[in-house]
Design a protein around this ligand. Sequence first.
Ligand code: GDP
Length: 333
Amino acid sequence: MTSQKTSNSTHSPSSTVHSRIVALAGGVGGAKLAHGLAQILPPEDLTVIVNTGDDFEHLGLNICPDLDTVCYTLAGLANPETGWGRQNETWNVIANIERLGGVSWFRLGDQDFATHIERTRRLKEGEPLSQVTKEFCAAWGIKQTVLPMSDSPVRTIVDTDEGELAFQEYFVHRHCGPRVKGFRFDGIEGAQPVVGAAEAIEAADAVVICPSNPWVSVDPILRVLALTPTPLPEREGQKINKPVVAVSPIIGGKTVKGPAAKMYAELGIEPSALAVAEHYHDLLAGFVLDNQDKQLSDNLKTGKILVTDTLMNSTADRARLAKDLLQFVGSLL
Ligand code: GDP
């Protein structure tokens, strides 16, 4: 590991700081920053721990949307327009399922189907999800370590004004329409953190919370890993002794994509980068917010602050944000 330390959090484009990083990621937002970090760090210095609360069983298959988004993105196989699914995708299988009168609201492309079919076969044979993921990563040429948060199923349930909905039912089938009242994570009490997560955090210089949905992408990971400054009800909290830095997924009061801002509003919290920082409160040694939200930095009580461009529209944007972030992390070590 190479590790340079900076004395402050000022961005200097000429220097690159290498630290060993564990990134906590959901789908699209998480995958983009993970890809940025992967462009800069040596592969052995990046471990991405991914939310599996969005996973579900559909058409007889085990589907892991966040894990696949992270892997496809790191492998350079992701659809650049959607951020999820595969590039150069075809849709013959789902079209034929539809023609037969089958369920087609969850759009799965032909190449994507192969991932789910093969994963389901391996899981049925008793392979843990982490092992399947490791083998898929090797097949896709991913050199970084990608870990599902747990090998045990955890399922995010969204409590809404129309009753409880399984996450994908809420997110994809109902287009996040129902009003959110809360969340619960089925199976979280018994879900052990994946083997390798604690070791990766122990070996890391810092933990980065990617700009993912705090409610449904990051909270399940934090709870499974028991990463908290205060013990959680499910199990003894693990006091984290590494700096934790979060990047806000909310810019100018809005999400770049997805329902995080809508969720904050429906839960009675004004959506903003400030709300995200307060969400993670004591856990944070540092917080990264967008230039658009510069004025909020005076109200932030959380550790050190980096204000930079956090919108990742291109591959270069991802690398630039990762570089800024690593330099910021360096200033915290
Ligand atoms: P999902 O499971 O695909 O919804 O993925 P995530 O939870 O990882 O990502 C959703 C969050 O990522 C949303 O709250 C977005 O606002 C955020 N996001 C997506 N792209 C960007 C980006 O380029 N910059 C920042 N700061 N946030 C982003």
